[in-house]
Design a protein around this ligand. Structure first.
Ligand SMILES: Cc1ncc(C[n+]2csc(CCOP(=O)(O)OP(=O)(O)O)c2C)c(N)n1
Ligand SMILES: [Mg+2]
Length: 428
């Protein structure tokens, strides 16, 4: 499944520059070019960005089933109805994602991290989980939160800047999204050790990106997970970019190659194939539930949009890449499969379109209706127990705020926000 790649030049280097005698071309050194030129060079030198040959799959880009003895047993329960459900989920979250971008552009959200192109990786993996499994994600797993049961306002609360989490972690069994790259892999491993100590058969799952695999946290989590055979799955969505850094800069071999070095079995699957992702996840879950310890899954996918709405990928990536990956669209291939099975009827298509429109309209309505919290409530949720330093800071801030006229409607909004926060249980 895994292919070795020839070391490629670092950004700003040519192959000749890899010779130490040829002098320094470190990015940022006097000889380095402008950021735009650096970005162009990176895209030119990134290895095998188009190469997904080594990823295991059950469904190719044309929507044809392909045999895979390792994955097939784990996808056997996916009949036409179940595949239709995965298709519906993917269409709905793509629509929610588009709505999230629109809401940000209209000033209703501060930021939005699009998942366009990663629907199969997120839906296939999340649908494989049980309700008592526990997810620790990054900021990009809106579709996972949706599947876990976070409802529309939960997807936007944090991006509107009014709450640290959109959902109650213990209702949906998913921790608040993590923005510190890779940190959630440690949280997941710790939680998995708790499951182990309880003698339960639930599994913890850490979702992170290709870039995160270069962080100490992810590597430390893998050491720990392997040492204690923790029931944790490291689910890496290799979307080929860490903001503007191509994956080839940090990974001169497949990312999934790293895990065996820690003693963790790994799989490299086509992340745009929802069936393969589901099967890989099911197989890893089975191992973890039965005392077989951790698994690392690399889902090879592609971030079709910007890193976030604050990013402009046209500054650093080649449009030809997008074209290539548009041809590997995760949703279109399932549509083709369902058509072949005679299950893509006009009624089904209409039901899915209606479900997507309803979800998006609800997301818009509930987001716009979200009230700002009272400014002083920021002190309520930082520490579990109050303490004098916190009280002092709160008082100082209260006096500071008193200097200003409250904006029109602010008092009412603050009162409402307090009750909303309380109604929302742990979602603070
Ligand atoms: C510890 C840490 N370092 C740097 C950042 C800034 N940062 C935010 S997103 C990101 C790239 C992450 O890329 P990847 O792990 O591939 O995830 P993706 O955004 O592609 O889903 C970086 C470096 C951060 N949030 N946390
Ligand atoms: Mg990435």
């Amino acid at each position: 499944m895994i292919k070795t790649q020839i070391p490629t030049p670092m950004p700003g280097q040519t192959m000749a520059d890899q010779n130490p005698e040829s002098g320094s071309t470190e990015p940022g050194s006097p000889a380095a070019s402008s950021p735009e030129q650096d970005a162009a060079t990176r895209a030119d030198t990134a290895p095998a960005i188009a190469d997904d040959e080594t990823a295991a799959r059950l469904l190719n880009a044309a929507g044809e089933r392909v045999p895979n003895a390792e994955l097939e047993p784990w996808a056997s329960e996916l009949d036409a109805e179940a595949i239709g459900g995965l298709y519906r989920d993917m269409v709905v979250v793509r629509r929610l994602d588009a709505e999230g971008i629109a809401l940000q552009r209209q000033g209703q959200l501060g930021l939005w991290p699009p998942l366009l192109g990663q629907e199969a990786a997120q839906i296939g993996s999340a649908r494989a989980l049980r309700a008592d499994d526990f997810v620790f994600s990054s900021y990009r797993e809106m579709a996972v939160a949706w599947v876990r049961g976070a409802r529309p306002e939960g997807l936007t609360r944090a991006w509107r800047g009014i709450s640290a989490s959109g959902w109650d972690p213990f209702t949906v069994n998913m921790a608040p999204m993590q923005v510190i790259i890779g940190a959630q892999s440690l949280h997941a491993t710790g939680y998995a050790l708790g499951i182990q100590n309880d003698g339960a058969d639930a599994v913890a799952v850490a979702y992170f990106g290709d870039g995160a695999t270069s962080e100490g946290d992810v590597n430390e989590a893998m050491v720990f997970a392997a040492s204690f055979q923790a029931p944790v799955i490291f689910f890496c969505q290799n979307n080929h970019w860490a903001i503007s850094e191509p994956v080839g800069l940090q990974a001169h071999r497949a990312i999934s190659d790293r895990a065996p070095g820690f003693g963790i079995p790994s799989m490299r699957v086509d992340g745009n194939d929802v069936l393969a992702v589901f099967a890989a996840m099911r197989s890893a879950l089975d191992r973890a539930r039965n005392g077989g310890g951790p698994t690392f899954i690399e889902a090879v996918t592609y971030r079709m949009g910007p890193h976030t709405t604050a990013d402009d990928p046209t500054r650093y990536r080649d449009p030809a890449e997008l074209e290539l990956w548009a041809g590997r669209d995760p949703i279109r291939r399932v549509e083709a499969l369902l058509r072949g099975m005679g299950a893509f009827t006009p009624e089904f298509e209409q039901q899915v379109a209606d479900a997507a429109d309803t979800a998006a309209a609800e997301l818009r309505a509930v987001t716009i209706a979200l009230k700002d919290p009272a400014p002083l409530s920021v002190f309520d949720h930082v520490y579990a127990e109050p303490h004098t330093a916190l009280e002092r800071e709160r008082e100082q801030y209260r006096v500071y705020l008193e200097q200003f006229e409250p904006p029109e409607g602010a008092v009412q909004a603050a009162d409402d926000a307090e009750s909303t926060s309380a109604d929302n249980g742990g979602a603070r």
